[in-house]
Every structure is written in C-alpha cells, then in structure tokens.
Design a protein around this ligand. Structure first.
Ligand code: ZN
Length: 630
C-alpha cells in the first residue's frame, strides 16, 4: 500500500490508469499480434496497405472502435467477412475513430483486417523531395508517431497501454528500415521485419529513402544517407557498444538483440526518437566533437524505460522520460565520472527553469499530468518537465535511500518486475514499497518523501546540492566577463585581460559541454535583459575573442552563440541566423530561434519562415506558425 497521499489520487478501477487520449475500446480485447503490410508510394505521397489484428475478446464484443486520423479506410473484415463500418466526425485531439460490428462472444479469437491508405494531411509522415539548394534527401520518407500520431499512419489501438508483437512487410523502391529485426526477403523492393517483443503503437516506425549503412559495433548498424554516413560513423561508432554494455551493467541485459541508429535528414523535428531496434536521430547530433552523444545514451536507455517498461498513458509520461534521463546520466557518469553526471543535472536544471517559466499553463509543470478530460492534446503539454523534474525525482529517491549501492538493486527489480508491461505512477510507488518492504528504515524514508510536492504540485521541485566542480570554472569566467563589461571600454582591454591572463587558461580548459554552459550562463547571469546590448564593446569582445565559438560546427553552440549575438543587438548576425534556419529542422533550435528573430526583426522572421516552411516537419511548421502569431 502506497502512502495515503498517493492513494488519494489513485483511480478506483484495477490495473493501470485508463487512457483518455484514445477512443478505441482497448480494454475489451487483448491484442496477440499485429500484421502490417504496406506499400510506400513516393509519387502520390501515400502509404497504402493493410493492417490485421489477431485479438482475443475479454468480454462479449458487439463493436470494435479503432483510432484513426487523416486515414481513408477502403474495407474492413472481421474473421475474413466484410463488415460495415462508420467513421466518426473529426474531433481534436482524437481524430476520426472508426467503428464496426463484430458480434464476438467473450474469450474468443478474432481476426480484424483493414485496407487503408494515408492522406496528405497525415501528421505522422514527412515526405521529402530533393531540395536543389541543399541536395537534401531525394525521395525520403519517415514517420514520427509519439505521442498520438500512430493513428495517422494506420488504424490502431493508439494507446501505450496496448502492446503487441509485429510482423511487417513494407514495399518500397528505396531501402526501408522499421522498428523491428530485418528478415531475409527474396523479392526486390520487399522488406520484411519482425518484432517479437510486444510494442505499443507509438513505437512503430518506418523510414525509406536512399539509406546506406555501415557497421556501428558488434550489435549495431549505423544507417544514413550516403553523404552523411562517414561523419555519422566517426561521431557515434566509438560509443555505441560502450553505452550498451554500461547500461546492461546498471539495469538488466539488453533484450532487443540489435541496437541500430538512423541519421535522418535535417527536417527530423526531434533530437532522437527511441524506435525499438532503430533509434531515429537528427543530423544535428553530428557535432564533430562527440559532445552530443549523450542523446544516444538517452535513446538507448529507452530500451528499458519506455520501450520495455512503458507509461500506460501520457499522464505518466514522466515514467518514460524521467527514468530515461536518470539512466542516460548514469551511463554518462559511469563513463566520464560522477562530476560529469552532476554537471549534466545542473545543465538540465536550467532547462527545467526555462520550461516551468514558459509553459502555457503553470499546472502543466506537474509531474503527473491530468489529461482525464481527454481534450488536452499531449503534444501541447510537452516540455522538459517530465524529463528534468522526473529525473531529479528519481535522483532524489536514489540519494534519500542511501545512494547508488542501495538504489541499484531496486532499478534491476523495477525493470524486471514490469518488463513488457505498461504501468502508471501508482504501480511505480507500489514497487518501491514492495522492494524495500522488509527494511523498516527504508520504509520510514519512503514515508518521508514529499509525494504530493514531487508528483502533484506544479513548479520547481527542491534542488539537490549538486557537485559544482565543473561549473565553478565556468562561473569564474562568466563573473569576470560581467564585472569587466562595466569597466573596460575597448576590445583591446578585454583581449589583454581574457586572452593573455590566467582566464585564458581557464577557457582553454573547458570541455564542449562546459562551453555550452558558459554561453548559457553569460545570458542567465546578466544583471538585466539588455545588459549585453548596453555593453556593446564587451559583447563585441566576446565575439572576437572566442573565435572557436564562431567557427563551431556543434549546433548546441551555434544556436546559443546566435542567441547571445541577437540579444546583444548585433544586426550583422540576423541574416546569418536566418540562413542557418534553412539548414536545421530540430524544434529545439528552430522554435526559439524564430521567436528570437521575431522579436528583433519581425519581417525577416516571417520572410525566412515562408522561404523554408516546406523543409520543416508538419508538426514543427505548425508550432513555428503559432509562435510567430501567423
Ligand atoms: Zn526520451
């Protein structure tokens, strides 16, 4: 029994909490297997084919409803007999669910088969054409289904509560990857896959295009378009197997057999997506200094948290992401030392502050979201909160319960206990009490956790006393810049002080992540918003002294350095930022960059968006459009 404060929130129905973002009657059936057989039609920008579900009814089943959005269904068969169906009127965020008669007695096997095709409006699929300017992506398609876009790829039980094994056959004129293990196929243009571990709908993933591949490790293959393959290999190969082995040591053996990565074209809107067997990533991770491989550690960690133990609905999304960020940082800590893990928590804390301050509603900063009314789109409550507040919560439990030695056995227990299941926060709390149940001192610690504050209260949680070793060097430099900005009057004075003296050595000693933090802190610590604009000589000096930041190919640095330049009102950098926005599609950069450009030069922001709009993923384009007030 969890503490009373948690019990008060627990729903009365048994099992994991109901998912209100699906209209499917998923509780009435068990899905034994899913067979997907589709063809990719590049010219028509359509995916056409069939999905067949092998189900067992858990109650008498007169009708079945599946989630659907921007899909055209041509026929439905129940046990191979044609069934009449009706499609509901569009309602956001659910889409247009499809319902048909089944007349199946309780506890019976039933096969349901739907012929369907996707439409141009699908929010799940991005089609890319060769861009004459960038030569980017000739006939390339990829899907992105989390959280509730699977219904825009195929009719499905679009809830993370439903998991099934999958057999997929995908026909395409270009090589295909899928979130499963590839099988041999005799026919050209026919790609077959199997997923023997049950997965939810949001983890289905397809990409097809001019995709080449190279060995990435004993269990790994790296996929990318040919002109990015070599850079991708250099960036990631060294770490893949090391990450897998480290994660296995902390958690449990890797169950998915292979761990591959696909480097998508620039318009991929996220850092990475943890599709089973094949993580999809943005090419912006290629930073030529391996400083963004922590994203790979993150996506790999999802092989345990998210893909194996899955949040039962999006209210408990923090179970997926909080655990994953925690594990990602454990991997980083094992490889680069505990001070580096602590440094990552401090960096993440800055993200958390920014998220909490910029969410459309303060209550969205709760760890356990309330989506019970259903009409809130999980995309709209998406932020760093489940990631950072969630990982800070797991870290809080780790430290309270006695550190990693005491906590690691629980990690192994948790991921074994709930393997291949979908669970909610209440089951997570139950498992802590179950695991530490025989030790009264540990139960006393758990009883003392402020569950209400961590799980159900919006805003920042209490900050842990992180080890600041790697931060202190940065702070020394930042403080010097801020104090000298009001003293020195020429760039030469700055150069003499920062390039010749002791502080030059401090800067030279900074790692890439520390340089990223350096720029963050120059902005975070400025005494007022217009500080670098008013102290124009100082910001000129920053730009001329740190030439390596101007020349960096690391997008984390490029993005922040533009931010500093624009907030310093350096007009000569507005157009270069606009040009850069034509080369990246990752929302983490494009959304704040457009917002920033919009505040300093509205016309340029609009003109730039109109020019590059087609290059962005539909979700990204929609968000930017909203941000720009168009
Ligand atoms: Zn994640």
């Amino acid at each position: 029994m969890a503490p009373a404060i948690v019990e008060r929130h627990r729903p009365k129905t048994p099992g994991a909490e109901f998912d209100y973002t699906t209209k499917s009657n998923y509780k009435d059936v068990h899905v034994n297997n899913t067979v997907l057989d589709v063809e990719i039609l590049f010219n028509e920008k359509k995916i056409v084919g069939n999905v067949t579900y092998d189900l067992t009814s858990v109650k008498e089943l007169s009708q079945l409803t599946l989630d659907m959005s921007y899909i055209k269904v041509n026929s439905v068969k129940v046990n191979k007999v044609a069934a009449t169906f009706s499609v509901a009127k569009r309602e956001e965020p659910w889409g247009t669910p499809i319902t048909f008669d089944t007349n199946i007695p309780v506890d019976s096997k039933v096969t349901v088969s739907l012929d369907f095709e996707t439409t141009q409006e699908s929010t799940a699929i991005q089609w890319l054409k060769t861009d004459p300017a960038t030569k980017e992506a000739s006939d390339y398609v990829f899907t992105q289904l989390e959280p509730i876009h699977a219904r825009a790829l195929f009719p499905c039980f679009d809830t993370p509560s439903v998991k099934s094994t999958v057999d997929a056959t995908i026909r395409s004129t270009k090589p295909v990857v899928f979130s499963g293990l590839p099988l041999h196929s005799d026919q050209t243009g026919v790609y077959r896959f199997e997923q023997k571990i049950p997965i939810p709908s949001y983890l289905f993933a397809i990409a097809s295009g001019n995709i080449a591949h190279t060995k990435g490790g004993p269990r790994s293959t790296i996929y990318a378009e040919p002109d990015r393959l070599e850079d991708s290999k250099n960036e990631f190969k060294e770490d893949l197997e090391k990450f897998i082995e480290t994660a296995e040591k902390i958690v449990t053996p890797y169950i998915w057999t292979t761990y591959d990565i696909l480097i998508n074209p620039a318009s991929f809107p996220y850092g990475g997506m943890e599709n089973p067997n094949i993580t999809f990533v943005t090419p912006t991770l290629i930073s030529y200094d391996k400083s963004q491989v922590d994203v790979i550690a993150h996506e790999l960690a999802h092989s345990w948290s998210g893909n194996n133990v899955t949040n039962a609905n999006w209210q408990h999304f923090w179970l997926n992401e909080g655990w994953t960020v925690y594990l990602e940082r454990r991997i980083v800590g094992e490889i680069h030392g505990e001070t580096m893990r602590q440094f990552h928590f401090i960096m993440g804390w800055n993200d958390l502050i920014e998220s909490v301050n910029s969410l459309p509603k303060f209550e969205y900063s709760k760890l356990v979201q309330d989506l019970r009314k259903g009409e809130i789109d999980p995309d709209d409550v998406f932020s760093s909160v489940p990631y950072e507040k969630g990982s800070n919560f797991i870290y809080h439990l780790e430290t309270q319960l006695g550190g990693v030695e005491e906590f690691d056995p629980f990690i192994k227990f948790y991921f074994t206990e709930f393997s291949k299941q979908s669970i909610d926060t209440y089951q997570f709390v139950d498992s802590l009490y179950k695991f530490y149940g025989k030790d009264p001192s540990k139960i006393a610690i758990l009883d003392n956790i402020d569950w209400e504050l961590w799980l159900y209260t919006p805003g920042l949680p209490p900050r842990a006393p992180f080890d600041t070793t790697l931060v202190d060097q940065v702070e020394e430099l930042v403080n010097a810049w801020i104090s000298k900005a009001t003293v020195f009057t020429t760039v030469d004075e700055f150069a003499e002080y920062f390039q010749a003296g002791e502080l030059s050595k401090v800067y030279q000693g900074l790692s890439s992540p520390q340089k990223i933090f350096f720029i963050d802190e120059l902005l975070e610590k400025r005494p007022k918003p217009a500080f670098w604009k008013e102290h124009s000589v100082a910001s000129d000096a920053l730009i001329s002294i740190y030439k390596d930041l101007n020349e960096s190919r690391n997008t984390e640095i490029i993005f922040r350095w533009y931010k500093l330049k624009l907030l310093s009102a350096k007009t000569q950098y507005y157009q270069p930022l606009a040009d850069w926005l034509g080369t990246v599609g990752r929302m983490k950069y494009v959304r704040p960059s457009y917002k920033l450009l919009n505040t300093v030069d509205h016309e340029l922001a609009i003109k730039t968006f109109e020019k590059y709009r087609e290059r962005y993923h539909p979700i990204a384009a929609n968000m930017i459009q909203k941000d720009l007030g168009l």
